[in-house]
Design a binder for this molecule. Structure first.
Ligand SMILES: Cc1cc2nc3c(=O)[nH]c(=O)nc-3n(C[C@H](O)[C@H](O)[C@H](O)COP(=O)(O)OP(=O)(O)OC[C@H]3O[C@@H](n4cnc5c(N)ncnc54)[C@H](O)[C@@H]3O)c2cc1C
Length: 471
């Protein structure tokens, strides 16, 4: 029962009932700063930090490149939709503790009826909830701290950091990459833009875009997934003269093929599927196309100055008189600005922090040869992750430390079958990663833990309490 003036009462009570956090059981080692370095202070990094704490794993640090909480994660930045795309009732960062869930947080502030009335979660409410989660649980990402390079150093890593006070090096035994979309590669911007137009003429949907500067302008959007429609919607709401959205396909992707395997058994046991099964699902997902939400489409379509061009791939572009000019099927478009809603590439070689492991990480292409009609170079570049979400070695024995880097970003898609980092995978993946890290730290510290487990324990009582009854 929530006290009307204390929306945190139920959450506090839940923490009291689950009891104090277990003490840190991981033995200190000379020269090691962190048992676990979590890279990324978005929802994934913060939820993992809470899970590790509850597993008694101390000395965990969260490295976050963004300057502050507002700029970390996507919700107040690249995400422009009004509502989350995922259903409101999914389990998330509360990690099985109902009073820490979005629903409990929302109802404590607005009441149960208000929760029942929302169709999906407002993006800004989700951001507020995540902010509360962090502060309430005392999770403190280190802002303005970017991981630049992971250097192997014997049985641990040297982390090269850019910090507010300059470059520094810290050491860690385990790393979790909770680095979001870009963590598996780079933003993908088609060559037709990068090769033909000055960078000022286009943006990627991930960029901070000054939409007010597009008021009265003609804007082109390339791509027809949710982020593209979101960007079109914001441009129109901010007063763009016209928005042209160019979709490569003959129709906007409308079939959520992933829905067929969105049941608990398939989600929970996905990693046990054969390579052939998992590959087929990944190919099927990408061939069906990334589907925008209905409200994202409606948000744009309601404007008469929104123009949707189907079967309209860009093949040429030129900068002319301050415009991006392209001709598609004989029609020429003159655009003041172009926004690429074209997603991300899977390219581990593009990740600066992984440069020391270039060529050593096992990819799907090293492990599985698909049938001719299922070939896909882009998917083949995804890392082939182990059951604890760890990188694996391309050549066994060549880079044994890779198994201590755990990946919880979208590059885990082919291995784990869901958009990794999104809310739907939290319930499954966070316990798995935490369990593996706990097991690895336990096993690699047995030299200290084994004697501890058979160490001296003071008696619980002396014979004084029963001596009088001894006959
Ligand atoms: C437009 C858009 C809409 C989405 N809508 C939904 C939705 O409705 N529902 C849903 O479940 N998912 C949605 N997603 C997926 C979404 O990305 C995730 O749910 C969520 O943001 C994942 O959180 P995260 O913490 O894993 O990653 P992010 O929120 O991306 O956070 C990653 C963090 O890592 C930091 N970082 C990266 N590299 C480094 C480095 N080298 N050093 C230090 N810090 C680093 C970044 O600064 C960032 O703050 C959406 C994604 C996009 C792009």
């Amino acid at each position: 029962m929530n006290h009307p003036h204390d929306p945190d009462a139920a959450a506090r009570s839940a923490l009291r009932i689950i009891g104090p956090d277990p003490a840190n059981w991981v033995p200190d080692r000379p020269g090691i700063d962190h048992n676990v370095a979590i890279v990324g202070g978005g929802q994934t990094g913060c939820a993992l930090a809470f899970a590790l704490r509850r597993a008694g794993i101390g000395k965990v640090t969260i490295l976050e490149a963004a300057a502050d909480e507002q700029r970390a994660g996507i919700w107040l930045n690249a995400a422009r939709m009004n509502m989350l795309r995922t259903p409101k009732g999914l389990p998330g960062p509360e990690l099985g503790i109902p009073a820490l869930s979005f629903q409990a947080w929302f109802e404590a502030r607005h009441g149960q009826e208000a929760y029942d009335a929302i169709e999906r979660i407002k993006r800004t409410d989700w951001a507020d909830y995540l902010s509360w989660y962090k502060h309430f649980l005392g999770i403190t990402p280190r802002y303005s701290t970017r991981l630049d390079r992971i250097e192997p150093a014997g049985d641990h890593f040297r982390l090269h950091l850019e910090t507010p006070t300059g470059a520094s090096v810290e050491t860690a035994r385990k790393i979790i990459l909770a680095t979001g979309f870009r963590g598996g590669g780079e933003r993908f911007i088609p060559d037709v833009l990068t090769k033909n137009l000055p960078p000022s003429r286009y943006s990627h949907t991930e960029d901070t875009i000054d939409f007010t500067a597009l008021r009265g302008k003609t804007v082109g959007v390339i791509g027809a997934a949710a982020s593209a429609f979101d960007a079109a919607g914001v441009a129109l709401e901010q007063g763009a003269a016209a928005v042209h959205l160019f979709c490569r396909r003959a129709a906007v992707a409308a079939t959520p093929v992933i829905g067929a395997r969105f049941f608990a058994g398939a989600i929970d046991n996905y990693h046990q599927l054969s390579d052939a099964d998992r590959w087929l699902h990944a190919v099927r997902f990408f061939r069906a196309g990334s589907m925008p939400t209905t409200d994202a489409i409606e948000r744009a379509v309601k404007f008469p100055n929104f123009h949707l061009h189907l079967a309209a791939p860009w093949t040429d572009a030129v900068e002319r008189d301050g415009h991006a000019v392209t001709t598609i099927h004989g029609t020429t478009y003159r655009l003041d600005h172009v926004i690429a809603g074209t997603g991300y590439s899977a390219d581990l070689a593009a990740r600066p922090e992984l440069r020391d492991f270039d060529g050593q990480i096992l990819r799907w292409r090293d492990r599985y040869m698909p049938p001719a009609d299922e070939q896909d170079e882009m998917l083949a570049a995804y890392p082939y992750l182990g059951a604890g979400h760890e990188f694996m070695e391309k050549t066994p024995g060549s880079a044994p430390l890779l198994r201590h880097i755990h990946v919880q970003n979208p590059s885990g898609f082919v291995s784990f079958g869901l958009p990794i980092g999104d809310v739907p995978c939290m319930k499954r993946d966070i316990p798995v990663i935490t369990g593996r890290i706990s097991a690895d730290l336990f096993n690699t510290n047995l030299d200290v833990l084994r004697p501890r487990m058979v160490g001296d324990v003071p008696p619980g009582f002396t014979d004084a309490i029963y001596r009088s009854a001894v006959r």
